[in-house]
Design a protein around this ligand. Structure first.
Ligand code: SIN
Length: 348
């Protein structure tokens, strides 16, 4: 009798402990947008190219990594299921609004995303999310059907990071290949390798080992709750396009076409420290002078600071052209005054 009583007591104790533990787990919402992490091919496990991105659904992704339910209370939502090279402003706005709503009731957010434009989405969210709770973007370089697919481990790390107290206030992050990168500086640097994400201008924020994040630095520029940008009442974003500069590029054809199509801003991927072929530059100087559009000078080099040429064309600091485009779009939601926009580039 005494033995049965002790056993029942023990059982009760264990049940209470596991219920308490489950209650203590962080609430993490996973928002799926597609990408290689949800990619699949019939060509067999050795195929790491030629697959279709954005095939598997959020439920399949969650079921493939049951370990995440041991470290977090997971909920999943499908925002879209696309190859991220087809990302749109509409999806960005939908994602930002949904995250801002969800963060009132969950502890952190994970966004599964294609790696091709992950750096742009990450920087956009970094500037428009109104919470200091962790928001983590994650993807994969190998489709889910590949031998040694990197998606499952990356997803586990991302959930662990989003649920970690130490990740609070770090801004939007990218978790890839056991590395934590800040949204402003994290960039894709290699077409196929799993170690593709780097922060060439600053270095990573930290690493993740067996689901435990270790931070060694913080984002130095304002983000999330310290950012002035708010998209909660917006249904569209100002049109900003990117121009490239190259040898023998003496033409204004592309710039003219972009402006005719409604561009309010242009970012130039200049050569070196932001140089622009003079025939194209003269047209852009006139465009800036006539206030037809705001022109920002960045560099095609991939890293490094672009100096202020003080010629009416603004400078993007060390943002690459695709990230400079994100900031210029958001800047244009507030003002078209070049001086104020330059201040934003110096700040964010
Ligand atoms: C994509 O960006 O959707 C495809 C490539 C990838 O996720 O690595």
């Amino acid at each position: 009798m005494k033995k049965i009583f002790t056993m029942t007591l023990l059982l009760l104790l264990c049940t209470t402990i596991s219920v308490c533990n489950a209650q203590q787990l962080p609430k993490i919402a996973i928002l799926a947008t597609g990408g290689t992490i949800a990619g699949s091919t019939d060509a067999g496990g050795t195929a790491t190219t030629g697959y279709t991105a954005g095939v598997l659904t959020i439920d399949t992704l969650i079921k493939a990594v049951p370990e995440i339910t041991k470290i977090a209370k997971i909920s999943g939502e499908q925002i879209c299921n696309i190859d991220s090279s087809n990302m749109t402003d509409e999806i960005w706005l939908k994602l930002a609004k949904r995250i801002n709503t969800l963060l009132k009731s969950v502890d952190g957010i994970v966004i599964t995303h294609g790696t091709d434009t992950m750096e742009e989405t990450a920087y956009f969210l970094n500037l428009v999310i109104k919470s200091d709770k962790p928001v983590v973007l994650v993807g994969a370089m190998r489709p889910a059907t590949a031998i040694s697919a990197d998606g499952p481990k990356n997803l586990y790390n991302a959930v662990a990071l989003a649920g970690s107290k130490s990740a609070k206030g770090k801004g939007v992050m990218i978790a890839m290949d056991d590395t934590i990168l800040g949204a402003r500086d994290g960039v894709k640097t290699n077409t196929l390798q799993t170690s593709t994400f780097k922060a060439l201008n600053s270095g990573p924020l930290g690493i993740i080992i067996d689901g435990k994040p270790f931070f060694y630095s913080s984002a130095s520029r304002p983000h999330t709750i310290n950012s002035e940008f708010d998209v909660s009442n917006l249904n569209t974003l100002p049109k900003v396009d990117i121009l490239y500069t190259y040898s023998n590029d003496g033409s204004k054809v592309a710039a003219e076409a972009f402006l005719k199509a409604g561009a309010k801003g242009l970012v130039v991927a200049g050569s070196g420290a932001g140089s622009i072929h003079e025939n194209q530059k003269n047209y852009l100087l006139d465009t800036a002078k006539n206030k037809q559009a705001v022109i920002v000078r960045s560099s095609r080099v991939g890293s490094g600071y672009v100096p202020d040429a003080k010629d009416g064309i603004l400078n993007a600091d060390n943002l690459n052209p695709q990230k400079a485009r994100v900031l210029l779009m958001l800047a244009l939601t507030k003002t078209s005054d070049p001086k104020q926009i330059q201040d934003m580039f110096n700040k964010y």
